[in-house]
Design a protein around this ligand. Structure first.
Ligand code: 2M8
Length: 439
């Protein structure tokens, strides 16, 4: 009889292969039928465990949509015939920017930059493979160009922190954090074109964002469009303008990945090292919040920290940002969650009135977040909690299946038999496989 681990591994591989299309992988067949940016990085992380070629093709396919300004959009619309997702390429209308990729067509915003550290993860197992070496020489300058876009167009004051102007760029689209960042900003009738959502026909609507949030999402797309998606007018005008913890921590982690891989192959990393020298102290000084005991996002529009405990701050660990004392503080909250019989790690604090264990990004546990936190905890030598973080996500998947995200309360297992969001989910499969293979 196969062990549970072997069964999970096989299932994970099957899902990755099933979600793979022509050189790229969709996060979930119907809910997200295109290639997403950071999902694609996690897909590559999964593939590298059993098929280097697929991992390489995945990233190559993502970068086939790179804009002339360096941006990697949050979505590559490889197929123009899919109808189950809103907004599609027509709505984005990226032709407003003369340097936007038109083949594939893409969205007009970006997502957390993961490819630098994914490349480093690939180098750990494939560093001596000539095929991988060749790939590094092809992709290194493209990833660096993406980071250059973030440190220029998204950092006009040259602070060392990139801004995002749309919640979708954070990867944590519906986090309660953004309720604070909007600070009362509401879309009025006539402000936006008519549109029809598709997400709430593909997933349980009670788990998805509210209509007023979608109106804001659409408003911000229109704003981006007005400024060709990279104009300074976005910085000057957007009602949503945030220096995000997760986005910048993963950028720093990816800088490190590029520096390490670059040095290994004798590539020039001086520009990346200069970014890094500015970015790490900027993150530490601007985003640490003593009151919360965690790193928090900075609301550039209203010039203040968003003082809420939220999971993004925990990605500082994998980027090696906190001092040992601060890391200890981060650890303590995870211990409290564990003692309260919760699965680690809820995406928003369970004591907060805005916490919701089912609605996406407002409380549930996310597999790819556990992967990031697990590696962060290991980096600080918190091996016991690292194991809890890893084992919790494996246990959730074993119990419920390969869903997009999960209820953090252990108590609901007696009454619930499913996870939430999409099923047979790519990043869930990818990180489960990677966690098991590299235990
Ligand atoms: C979710 O976001 C998309 C928009 O990008 C959506 O709700 O339509 C988020 O969880 C995001 O982080 C993720 O990359 C995407 C695909 O899995 O889904």
């Amino acid at each position: 009889m196969e062990s549970n681990t072997a069964v999970l591994k096989n299932e994970a591989k099957e899902i990755l292969l099933k979600n793979r299309r022509d050189g790229f992988t969709v996060p979930s067949e119907k809910l997200y039928p295109f290639q997403w940016n950071w999902d694609s990085g996690f897909a590559a992380l999964g593939f590298k465990n059993f098929n280097l070629e697929y991992a390489i093709e995945e990233i190559r396919s993502m970068f086939s949509g790179q804009w002339q300004n360096g941006m990697i959009a949050h979505i590559n619309f490889h197929s123009e015939n899919e109808t189950t997702y809103f907004p599609n390429f027509e709505f984005w209308d990226t032709q407003v920017n003369s340097g936007a990729s038109q083949k594939p067509k893409t969205g007009g915003i970006t997502q957390p930059p993961v490819f630098g550290f994914v490349l480093e993860e690939m180098a750990k197992t494939h560093g001596n493979d000539p095929v991988f070496k060749e790939f590094v020489s092809e992709i290194f300058s493209k990833i660096t160009h993406f980071h250059r876009f973030l440190y220029t167009i998204r950092d006009p004051k040259n602070e060392g922190l990139a801004f995002i102007f749309h919640p979708w760029e954070s990867g944590r689209d519906n986090s309660p954090l953004w309720d604070y960042a909007y600070d009362g900003f509401e879309v009025k009738p006539g402000d936006i074109p008519a549109y029809t959502r598709k997400d709430n026909t593909q997933a349980d609507p009670s788990h998805r964002p509210l209509q007023k949030d979608y109106d804001r999402f659409v408003y911000l797309i229109e704003l981006g469009k007005k400024h060709q998606y990279d104009g300074i007018g976005i910085f000057e005008e957007s009602p949503f303008l945030v220096q995000d913890t997760l986005f910048n921590a993963l950028l720093i982690k990816s800088n490190d990945g590029l520096i390490n891989v670059g040095k290994q192959y004798g590539l020039d990393v001086t520009e990346i090292e200069a970014w890094q020298q500015k970015a790490k102290p900027a993150f530490e000084n601007k985003l640490w919040c003593e009151e919360i005991g965690n790193y928090v996002c900075y609301d550039l529009r209203h010039n203040k920290q968003i003082k809420q405990w939220e999971i993004g701050g925990y990605t500082s660990l994998i980027a090696g940002i906190p001092s040992p004392d601060k890391a200890q503080l981060l650890l303590e909250t995870l211990v409290e969650f564990k003692e309260k019989d919760l699965f680690v790690c809820p995406s928003f604090h369970t004591d907060n009135e805005k916490f919701d264990p089912k609605r996406y990004w407002r409380g549930p546990v996310w597999p790819q977040m556990n992967w990031l936190i697990y590696h962060g905890l290991l980096r600080y030598g918190f091996n016991e909690m690292a194991d809890v973080t890893k084992n919790d996500i494996i246990a959730l998947v074993e119990y419920y299946g390969f869903y997009e995200y999960f209820n953090p309360f252990k108590s609901v297992q007696s009454t619930e038999s499913k996870g939430y969001g999409g099923h047979s989910f790519t990043w869930t499969a990818a990180v489960i496989l990677d966690l098991i293979e590299n235990a």
